[in-house]
Design a protein around this ligand. Sequence first.
Ligand SMILES: *Cc1c(COP(=O)(O)O)cnc(C)c1O
Length: 426
Amino acid sequence: MNNKIDIEFDKQHIWHPYTSMLAPIPAYPVASATGVKIRLEDGTELIDGMSSWWSVVHGYNHEKLNNALIEQTKSMSHVMFGGLTHQPAVTLCKKLIDITPIGLEHVFLADSGSVAVEVAMKMAIQCQLGRGFENRNKFIALTFGYHGDTFGAMSVCDPVNSMHSLYSDLMPKHFFIDAPNIKPNEPFDQNSLKQLKTTLENHSGQIAALILEPIVQGAGGMRFYHPEFLRQAKHLCQQHGVLLIADEIATGFGRTGKLFACEHAEITPDIMCLGKAITGGYMTLAATLCTEPVAKDISRCEAGVIMHGPTFMGNPLACAVANASLDLLAENNWQQQVANIEQQLTDGLAPCSKFESVADVRVFGAIGVVEMNNPVNVSEVQKAFIKRGVWVRPFGKNVYIMPPFVISQQELKQLIDAFIEVLPDF
Ligand SMILES: *Cc1c(COP(=O)(O)O)cnc(C)c1O
C-alpha cells in the first residue's frame, strides 16, 4: 500500500483522456478519496468540483455504496446476460422505468455512455426499418453537442470540437443544425427552430432521429438552452416520423434540478440514454430506454432483434451499486441539495462576470460555468486551483463547477473563492 505511484512510468506509457505521448500534461497521483475530498499522494486534499465528470453525486467512499458492492460480490460479481438474468438487473430496470418520463418501458443495459448512444442510434435505425423505411439512416444533431467517443457517437458530436476531419472517410455524414442559444431564463425566440424545420421538411425521408442533450449541452460547450426548443423539437419530429433521442448521460439523476432534463420541457423522448451518475460514480454502467412502439418496431425489422450485446451487459455489481445509489438520491433529498448548490453558485460566481478575462457566467441546477474570452492553459489553471485546495478541470474556454450533491456550504465556498482568486489571472 505504501509503494509510491510510479509517475514516470505513467507519463511514459499510459494514455490519459485526450493527451499526448510527446507532451503529456501532469497526472496527479491520488492516494484516496472520501466524501467530496480527493487526497493526493503527498497528502494534499482537494475539494472535488467535477464529481469525476458528473458521476460521483454522493461523494467518494460512501458506506452504503461500498456495502452494496461488497454484499453483491457474495452472491455473484458477474454472469453473462445472454440467456440469464438476475435480481440486481431486474430491480434496476424496474426503478429506471418507474422514474424516467412516462412511456419509456424497455431498457437496454450498456457498459458505458458511448455504447448507450451507439445502441440508441441502432435502435432508431432499426425502428425505422421495422416501419418499412429503408433510407432513414441519418441523424440530425446540434452544434456544440457531445455524445461520446466511439465512431457512431462521435459522428453526432460537434464536428469541429470532435475533429471529424481526422476520420473524414470513415465518418457518416449527418445533418447538423445550430444549437439554440437562448438561455432558459430568456424570452423564447421562435426563430431558433427554423433550421430544424427546414431540415425536417427537406430531408426527413433520410432521417431516423434527432439526437440531442436536453437543456444542458455538456462536454461540447457547457451551454444551457430554453426548454421550449426541446418541447417544440419533439413535436416537429413527431410530425415528420423522426424519432427523438435524448442523451441524458450527463444531465440525468438530478443534476439540472429535475430528475431528468426532459422534465423541464415535459416531454417523453422516444429513446433516452443514461449513464455517468447512474452508479453514483462507482462502476461503469449505462442504459438506453425506449417506448413500447419503438421496441416493437425494432423487433419487426429484418433482424428481428436488437443487434447489440456487450460481454459485461447488466453486470450485477454495477446494477447493485446503481440500485443503492438511486435509493440514496431519494433519501438525501437531491432536490434540496441541488437547489442549495444552484443558489450558492448563482450568488457566489456572480462577481466573476466583472473580470476582464470572463465572457459569460451561467448557472443551471448544480452546474456553474465561467466562460473565459480565451481558451485557458489547463495545466497552469490546475496548478493555481490545487494551491487553493480544489480540483477543477477546465475545457477550452470553460471553467466549471459541478460538485457532488453532498458538498457542504463551506466546501462549495472554498471552490467558489478559488474561482474568484484564480480567474482574473487567466
Ligand atoms: C460522457 C457523455 C457520453 C459518453 O459517455 P462515456 O461513458 O464517457 O462513454 C455521452 N453523452 C453525454 C451527454 C456525455 O456527457
